[in-house]
Design a protein around this ligand. Structure first.
Ligand SMILES: NC(=O)c1ccc[n+]([C@@H]2O[C@H](COP(=O)([O-])OP(=O)(O)OC[C@H]3O[C@@H](n4cnc5c(N)ncnc54)[C@H](O)[C@@H]3O)[C@@H](O)[C@H]2O)c1
Length: 259
């Protein structure tokens, strides 16, 4: 299986690489796409190679429009073709909408949504040949507006719709396209918040499963989605949030409850 995973440093992208290498071993050819190569990235690549996987590290900045096609080109040059892309790279750039800068809006949409479309577009002939799969990591913020997140919620909503549209355009070619929407996951992006024990406990208390998610939880779902034996799931936006997204009506005060 030949796979590109973007946004691979630690967090969710790193866990996806580990999960794929642990599951597929020497049947995996992995392109780890990074903004910059670090010791952590090198260590992750070595761990995947120890499982027998072939690994290429490719640097790219997805705020640049040419970067996605370059990544796909390098992957195909190195591994011959492509079976799956996991578009995971993302940023958080909180700001109230009334003071959000134009540049910040454009940057968020470029990295979150435009890069995913350009990756998919460049990979199309290869995914058609392999009857492959595309998965994007969106967010619960793309389905539920999230105060103060700047362009994040809007860009994730656009990403979710991009995947749904790709799924119906490319179904005829046997390409499956799905989206994963994590809730609260403890990663470098969110670590500063969880270091505060009070916030951690307060956040755990609003999740029906009573805990914050781990990157490995998301990685397991992604592995299932891109597996070719999972041949009939496409166009879906799958929540992985411990049930958080189901609790909106539960917040209404004054309802009679037995518990
Ligand atoms: N952590 C959460 O609670 C959570 C919840 C919902 C969705 N997500 C999404 O999951 C994905 C992974 O996030 P994470 O929490 O693991 O955070 P992270 O910061 O560890 O990962 C984000 C990755 O994107 C890369 N990236 C950022 N800007 C880039 C650019 N211009 N070009 C190329 N790569 C770039 C970073 O280098 C990093 O590897 C993101 O898309 C994020 O929006 C995370």
């Amino acid at each position: 299986m030949r796979v590109i995973v973007t946004g691979v440093s630690a967090g969710i992208g790193g866990a996806i690489c580990e999960q794929l290498a642990n599951t597929h071993g020497n049947a995996l050819s992995l392109v780890m796409c990074v903004r910059r190569s670090t010791e952590q990235v090198e260590a992750l690549a070595s761990a995947c190679r120890l499982q027998g996987s072939a690994v290429m590290i490719v640097k790219a900045d997805f705020s640049q429009p040419e970067a996605p096609a370059e990544v796909v080109g390098r992957a195909v040059e190195g591994f011959g073709s492509l079976d799956a892309i996991v578009s995971n790279a993302g940023i958080a750039d909180p700001a109230p909408l009334e003071s959000l800068e134009l540049e910040a809006w454009d940057r968020m949409f470029s990295i979150t949504c435009r890069a995913s479309w350009l990756l998919a577009k460049a990979a199309f002939p290869h995914l058609r040949d392999s009857r492959g799969s595309f998965v994007a990591i969106s967010s619960q913020s793309g389905s539920h507006p999230h105060r103060g997140t700047g362009a994040y919620s809007s860009a994730k909503a656009a990403l979710t719709m991009l995947c749904r549209q790709l799924a119906i355009e490319w179904g005829q070619h046997g390409i499956r396209v799905n989206c994963v929407s994590p809730g609260m996951i403890r990663t470098p992006m969110t670590e500063a918040v969880y270091k505060d024990e009070r916030i951690l406990r307060a956040r755990e208390a609003i999740v029906p499963l009573g805990t914050i998610g781990q990157p490995s939880d998301v990685a397991r779902l992604v592995e299932i989605l891109i597996d070719p034996t999972n041949r009939y799931v496409t166009g879906q936006n799958i929540a992985i949030d411990g049930g958080l997204s189901q609790t909106v009506l539960d917040r209404i005060p004054g309802l009679a409850r037995k518990q």
